[in-house]
Design a protein around this ligand. Sequence first.
Ligand code: ARG
Length: 458
Amino acid sequence: MSKLWGGRFSKKSNKLADHFSFSISYDKCLAKYDVAGSIAHASMLGKCKIIPKKDADKIVKGLKKIEEQILSGKFKYDLKSEDIHTNIQDTLKKSIGNAADKLHTARSRNDQIALDVRLYCREKVKQTIFALIALQKSILSFANKNKKIIVPAYTHMQSAQVILLAHQMLAYVEMFDRDIARLKDAQKRAEVMPLGSCALSGTTLPINRNLVAKKLGFKTVSANSIDGVSDRDFIIEIISALSIVAMHLSRVAEDLIIWVTSEFNFIDIDAAFCTGSSIMPHKKNPDILELIRGTTGKIYGNLSAILNLMKGLPSTYNRDMQLDKPPLFESVETTKEMLVLMANLFSGLKIKKESLENGIKNEAMFSVDLMEYLIRKGVSYRQAHDTIGKMVKTCLDKNKKISQLSTEEMQKYSKKFSSDAKKLLNPLASVTAKKSFGSTNPKLVEKQLLKWKNKLYA
Ligand code: ARG
């Protein structure tokens, strides 16, 4: 176990201090980004004649071998190394000898870690966006399969109005689309190449930062060496965006949990995503959905951890910043897992037609349609609201359906009612009567389904 900073020390480090400070156990997942950064850096050092070309070539060759081992899973991580940078440096030295000592010229681990995490975010954000799109597709296909199905919708968890199931599903697709936009936007600010900050103030050596950036696929380099090693905003932004993804997943999970209760019984979840009870043999519990809801709290906790970690730090690099990694890695990996689970869950979702039909029998859900009928006939909104309110209340008190009222009885509430008013009292009429853009009108929903199909499968 070597250290990259042994020279100044005459004493061995304390074992517990090592255990407490080493990051290899979690930053080993940065190995491939670290090597990619080193390859770009070493070839730049050679090109700029800061180190002899033959040494640079030797280093690059050695690093490529390590890269292959990492990608094929054959690389031997040394958990006695302080961090992944040290681990790779040591492995390189063992493989190519003294030329390896030149790799760290004009470089600090402060800029190295800032680069590694940016490369990690680039790849992981891309994967998360793919997972979001896969989820959108899965939801869209569920919507398309059940295009004609009408469901009750709730406000305050009280049945409110009827809507198309597909309309509700498209609401989810919209939410996840904003999540994609947020992640893409956050990623833009992570796309800055920090190598060459050299701990904090730059270097006297004639490095070419743009060359390194180009090799690594960055369009810009950080314009301030202090900010280059200090900045963790991009991590905070990405975890915030992931927190919103998780919040959306949690709300979808909650909708499904309610729909799957024996009281609602609107849908059935594939048994592969449910669990049983150790005591109640009849139970089929939606644990995966509950865990998605619960895990969302962990992601928020990670966001809070990083915000708190950063708020008191003086400028440039401080070792505290090492602790940004576990929350970032956990948030990224867990969110991706939840997205995949939710997409699978939607592909196995079945609706329960009979209970849904029962769920839309409550005619009070057509009260707005009746009110707007009166408005179309010239009654003021206030008066129409009052009229329908009274009519619905009488029906509820007398345990009577609105459709059981005769036209004459309806006219006692408003002279504007004619026999056609009762045609409004059915779910299909209700959704079809909606006209406004963005409403649950079947023709408009159909257009939206098509729009999303074109967008997602473009
Ligand atoms: N493990 C460290 C981190 O994650 C790497 C950088 C260490 N730099 C240093 N000066 N000790 O931040």
